[in-house]
Design a protein around this ligand. Structure first.
Ligand code: GLN
Length: 528
């Protein structure tokens, strides 16, 4: 069977959930097909690793160390695949490749142009991934909105693709917005018509239109969109606003999307959503409720912590509990009375000094008042600093990231990081294994001696202080294979006090929640 391609574009406005739509389509088709998700982003950064999570949302890290767009989180969670860094194609990478080819002399004698040279690089890269991975189907999501200058070259390349791979092997999906203006109370198709027109001007004629709407699209609006946009009325699908993103594949199935794709691409891969539906039902009808304080500094944009939010959703699906996340901005934190009303505390990852003293104070209270605590990356580092200051009496202990002149640098830069000056792609990135200590809580939760989690950091627990910290009772429940780096810590005698240098939230899945999050939530429920 030739490799099939589904191209997902978006229109009208950003933030309609193209990534989730692409991931949901993949989920519906994944029973018999090997699906590879590919994302094209129009920005000139080589990857999102150097961008502020405030602007761009979370930087997702893959096993291979790639720093990629947060949509890869959705792809992995919905498709059960382990993605690769190569599958995120940014315009920064494209230009890099074109420049390298030009310097090598691949274009000798030619004027290097957007078309065909840049578009060829894009198409070749996508086809190469699909071939290398032995994919049955590649789902290619084009970031941004049709009409943006940034994604024009990607759209042009996708237009050309149909000639290269054959019209019968490619399907174009366009996600738009169907508003119901206040006072009019009617679903409106004009934005969709205009957006599809923009797409058609670029030579792309969508096969399927997904209309994001607060209600199911009516038969009338589907007919209208079908007429104006030249698609079959059955191929106009509701992208319903939902409380919980995991409902989307269920809605798409209900709207008949799998059958349309099967027919157009001449494939058959019937969805089996039985287990998925049960898990979604658990999220929708929780038996209990807890509140967890998220103490960070990027709390204004929830996308900055997307994978943590999803990890909690996965726990909800398995434990039938509603987890209310309370966002606590720790910069200038004075009032800690919120701790009275929470069942647990998370200190997530972060960079730089701002907000760290507030987090250290929260961790002190978690330890002293025995409130379940989970520390992630920076959260581990700050828990070590708190322990050093208040239990080991190392006054002024700190990380050299926050205070380069600290008398007790209990957290220090990794030796191999010292000589690196470039900022892009140079942290300790990707999956690394850790050996878990026998008898530790962490080992009990993972039910394994060796575990692999993903990392993104420059600093670590300073080996000079390992002895002191251990003597005073801090348990190193996980260390790197060479025995040098502290990967997990915990404090015994408390309900739950554990932290990791890794980001376990990046590998949590709906069907398989992260053991550390799962144990933490159980402790918040009083079950551990
Ligand atoms: N800033 C810390 C470091 O670089 C923690 C990073 C993180 O939380 N991802 O080590």
């Amino acid at each position: 069977m030739p490799i099939k391609y589904i191209i997902v574009t978006g229109g009208v406005l950003s933030g309609l959930g193209k990534g989730i739509a692409a991931a949901s389509i993949g989920h519906l088709l994944s029973s018999r097909l090997k699906i590879i998700p590919i994302k094209c982003d129009g920005y000139l950064n080589v990857d999102p690793g150097t961008m502020n999570p405030f602007e761009h949302g979370e930087v997702f890290v893959l096993d291979d160390g790639g720093e990629v767009d947060m949509d890869f989180g959705h792809y992995e969670r919905f498709l059960g695949v382990t993605c690769k860094s190569k599958w995120n194609l940014t315009m920064g990478k494209v230009f890099d490749m074109v420049r390298q080819k030009e310097r090598r002399g691949d274009y000798l004698g030619k004027t290097v142009q957007y078309i065909p040279h840049v578009t060829d690089v894009i198409k070749d890269h996508i086809k190469e991934i699909a071939r290398e991975e032995n994919a049955d189907l590649a789902i290619v999501e084009i970031g941004g909105t049709v009409g943006d200058i940034e994604n024009e070259l990607f759209l042009e390349a996708m237009r050309q693709m149909k000639e290269d791979v054959g019209r019968e092997n490619i399907l174009y999906v366009h996600l738009t917005y169907v508003p119901i203006p206040y006072g009019v109370n009617e679903q409106k198709s004009k934005p969709t018509q205009q957006s599809v027109n923009l797409l058609k001007q670029r030579g792309i004629f969508p096969d399927v239109i997904i209309g994001r709407c607060s209600q199911f699209l009516t038969k009338e609006i589907k007919t209208k969109i079908s007429r104006f946009c030249d698609v079959n009325p059955d191929a106009v699908i509701t992208g319903l606003d939902v409380e919980d993103i995991y409902e989307i594949p269920i809605i798409f199935e209900q709207e008949g999307l799998p059958a349309i794709i099967h027919k157009k691409l001449n494939i058959y891969s019937p969805p089996d959503l039985t287990r998925w539906k049960t898990l979604v039902e658990n999220i929708r009808h929780p038996a209990s409720k807890i509140t967890v304080a998220m103490c960070g500094k990027y709390t204004k944009l929830e996308d900055s912590y997307a994978s943590i939010i999803e990890s909690f959703n996965h726990c909800s699906a398995h434990l039938g509990v509603k987890i209310n996340l309370r966002w606590v901005e720790t910069t200038d934190l004075k009032d800690t009375s919120f701790l009275e009303d929470v069942e647990g505390i998370v200190v997530p990852g972060g960079f730089g000094a701002r907000g760290t003293e507030g987090k250290i104070e929260v961790i002190r209270q978690a330890r002293e008042r025995d409130i379940p605590f989970l520390g992630l990356c920076l959260g581990l580092q700050l828990a070590v600093i708190e322990f050093a200051r208040n239990i080991c009496s190392l006054k002024g202990a700190n990380s050299t990231e926050m205070d380069p002149d600290t008398p007790y640098p209990v957290i220090d830069i990794l030796p191999e990081q010292k000589k690196i000056s470039d900022k892009g792609g140079t942290m300790r990135l990707g999956a690394y294994p850790a050996v878990l200590a026998e008898g530790s809580k962490v080992r009990e939760l993972y039910q394994a001696e060796v575990v692999s989690e993903r990392h993104r950091h420059r600093y670590e627990v300073n080996p000079e202080f390992h002895g002191t910290l251990k003597e005073k009772g801090l348990i190193f429940s996980g260390i790197s294979m060479d025995g040098k780096l502290v990967e997990f810590i915990e404090l015994p005698g408390l309900r739950f006090f554990a932290a990791t240098q890794a980001h376990p939230e990046l590998k949590s899945r709906m069907e398989r929640p992260s053991p550390l999050f799962y144990g933490f939530v159980r402790a918040c429920l009083g079950k551990e």
